[in-house]
Design a protein around this ligand. Structure first.
Ligand code: NAD
Length: 381
């Protein structure tokens, strides 16, 4: 008797839905927004907070849960990129396992910058094969970028974000009052991601940054125009992410500034922040675009003038053609064999190129060096 081959085809579609809500003063006791998600009575919450948030907002956060009679376990996560590690991921999982939460209606709450929301997102995606979580970004990088999408991750094997998952949050609450305590360097770090969106997608955002960007940096985005810029940036980011949440399409406009930056963050033992690495990449990419006549000289100047005006820090001493070339080739694995480098095609638009040559990179590095020499944009902290 022969056993005939059989085949089963499985197809299942899942709708991904979540809201990103701007909600100032989230931890004011009268503000119930945070508790609109999950069980409301006799309930518990597992809350992970960044250690600097604990420093500035501990009383406010504890009082909020006490006021609402919620048994909250508050875990303080040590600040900094070096803590985005497998050890800390496992540590949170152990703490969570000791506390247990209901599998569906007691969402984990993550309060912190991109490091914390990335790690907690990964915890949520793997604990019991997925439990709900809520993200509350407290840095500008988190506000406009890291928290609003569905990517989670930890660093592994000396590579950034090498382990991770796609895990949609239940909700993201954007409370810009947290930015009041954020150090200026981290404000500027987030501004680099706003600049990215302005260059490849939104000329009105670019103009807003030209006219009001510097004053928003000073006010830490607490004024009305700051709120407007943040709304525009978040809206632009989500418009890009939504149709390609799981990155089925590897040509992503939001990857502008995220090709060579990987090498500055990974192959160099520097203290460079993510946005600072992205900025150097954007400068190189803009020069490459100009050399291909995708950007006019005038447009290139506008980009560099805006960099100067905003006071973002262009650290060019890491820039060398060999590192850039090595990084570009490494990134091809991530982008499935092609360079797929986004370059601005005029302001507010973008194209993808797959044929960047080493000589082009050499010449772009030289141009950047000349520009920074003339403009002296290297800042000390
Ligand atoms: N998931 C994604 O799509 C995505 C996108 C972009 C970046 N990221 C990741 O985000 C991380 C960078 O995020 P980040 O720039 O927010 O860094 P971060 O989380 O390290 O926070 C920066 C610093 O600010 C402190 N801090 C946070 N909020 C504060 C506040 N309100 N007041 C005072 N201090 C505060 C933190 O303790 C830390 O020292 C990187 O690991 C990057 O890979 C992820």
């Amino acid at each position: 008797m022969t056993h005939e081959m059989r085949k089963w085809h499985i197809s299942y579609q899942r709708t991904i839905e979540y809201e990103v809500v701007s909600c100032p003063n989230l931890f004011h006791p009268q503000n119930g927004a945070l508790l609109s998600i999950g069980k409301k009575e006799n309930t518990r919450r597992f809350v992970v907070v960044d250690s600097n948030i604990e420093k500035y907002y501990s009383t406010e956060i504890k009082d909020f849960f006490k006021y609402h009679k919620i048994d909250a376990k508050i875990l303080t996560f040590p600040a900094g990129e070096k803590n985005k590690s497998i050890d800390n991921y496992l540590w949170i999982l152990r703490e969570l396992d000791m506390f247990p939460i209901n599998r569906r209606d007691e969402p984990i709450i993550a309060i912190g910058g991109g490091v914390l929301t990335d790690v907690v997102g990964f915890v949520a995606s793997s604990y019991r094969r997925g439990v709900p979580h809520i993200k509350i970004p407290t840095t500008l990088m988190g506000y406009v970028d890291a928290s609003v999408g569905i990517k989670s991750g930890i660093n592994f094997n000396s590579n950034k974000n090498r382990l991770g998952s796609f895990e949609p949050p239940k909700k993201v609450f954007l409370d810009r009052t947290f930015l009041t305590t954020l150090p200026k360097r981290h404000i500027l770090n987030g501004v680099c991601e706003i600049l990215k969106l302005a260059i490849i997608k939104d000329t009105s955002l670019f103009e807003l940054l030209e006219s009001h960007g510097a004053e928003c940096v000073n006010s830490k985005f607490q004024d009305e125009i700051g709120a407007l810029i943040l709304d525009r940036a978040v809206g632009a980011m989500l418009e890009e992410l939504e149709p390609n949440l799981f990155e089925d399409d590897l040509a992503r406009r939001v990857d502008f500034g995220h090709t060579f930056s990987y090498g500055f963050e990974t192959f160099h033992d520097t203290q460079l922040l993510h946005g600072e690495a992205v900025l150097i990449d954007m400068a190189i990419s803009a020069i490459l675009a100009a050399s291909r006549d995708l950007l006019s000289k005038q447009e290139l100047n506008r980009i560099f003038d805006l960099i100067t005006k905003l006071g973002v820090v262009l650290i060019d001493d890491l820039v060398n053609p060999d590192l850039l070339w090595k990084t570009l080739n490494e990134r091809k694995y991530h982008r499935n064999g092609l360079q797929r480098v986004p370059l601005p095609d005029g302001l507010g638009k973008c194209v993808f190129v797959n044929d960047i040559k080493f000589e082009e990179i050499q010449s772009a590095c030289k141009n950047l060096e000349n520009w920074t020499e003339i403009n002296d944009t290297i800042h000390e902290y």
